[in-house]
Design a binder for this molecule. Structure first.
Ligand code: AP5
Ligand code: MG
Length: 189
């Protein structure tokens, strides 16, 4: 089964995807991690993405969509996919729908991690990634509200969206994620 995680920076997408990938034996696909790998490798895509990421802005849709297609070619059909931080715009959601159709991989559920803003700021202030500086975090939060919020409506309209309370310990939140995903799997048969 394919699962999409949507949530603002610091909401626990990466943490929860890692836990769920073990539970489901699924592949964790973090677009942020893929982009950071491209930057570290100094590729053309990395050079292009870095200009946006360092400011807390989104990399261009065509760049992330072509990375998605390339990456999926390398993954066997037998395991499910967990999308972390993708899609982040409606254009990306439309692109993902098409790519998943081409690969005969239906989307099972979209989980929205909900965490109050002050808690997000507190979590990121102690982590220290290159884009965790105060002003950049502010931009990333604004980008989420402006560009990613419409993606929630996109999936709500398709009856795929489920809200998960992202407050609590990692294991407490994971209990909610697992219960929701297990229920969706049972329903899908
Ligand atoms: P990305 O790497 O996806 O960053 P992000 O969305 O800003 O989110 P984070 O990774 O900071 O947080 P998270 O939700 O994964 O939480 P985590 O588990 O790490 O994207 C970075 C950039 O790449 C973007 O700004 C953009 O430029 C570019 N990009 C990526 N995808 C793109 C796309 N699709 N299109 C265009 N551009 C794209 O947790 C955060 C912290 O909190 C950690 O320290 C963790 O230990 C802690 N924590 C987690 N859970 C809990 C808990 N329950 N209680 C206490 N602490 C917790
Ligand atoms: Mg992350």
């Amino acid at each position: 089964m394919q699962v999409v995680f949507i949530g603002p920076p610091g909401s626990g997408k990466g943490t929860q995807c890692q836990l769920l990938s073990k539970h489901l034996d699924a592949v964790h696909m973090s677009m942020g991690d893929l982009l950071r790998e491209e930057i570290a490798a100094g590729s053309d895509a990395g050079v292009q993405a870095e200009r946006f990421m360092s400011q807390g802005k989104l990399a261009p849709d065509d760049l992330v969509l072509s990375m998605l297609r390339e990456h999926l070619e390398q993954i066997g059909q037998e395991k499910g996919l967990l999308f972390d931080g993708f899609p982040r715009t409606v254009a990306q959601a439309e692109g993902l729908e098409k790519v998943l159709r081409d690969h005969s991989r239906p989307l099972g559920v979209v989980l929205q991690l909900v965490v109050p803003e002050q808690m997000l700021v507190d979590r990121l202030s102690t982590r220290g990634r290159a884009d965790d500086e105060k002003d950049t975090v502010k931009t990333r939060l604004g980008v989420f509200s402006n560009q990613t919020f419409p993606v929630l409506d996109y999936y709500r309209d398709r009856d795929l969206l489920r809200e998960i309370d992202g407050v609590g310990s990692e294991q407490e939140v994971f209990g909610r994620v697992r219960a929701c995903v297990d229920a969706c799997q049972q329903k899908a048969g």
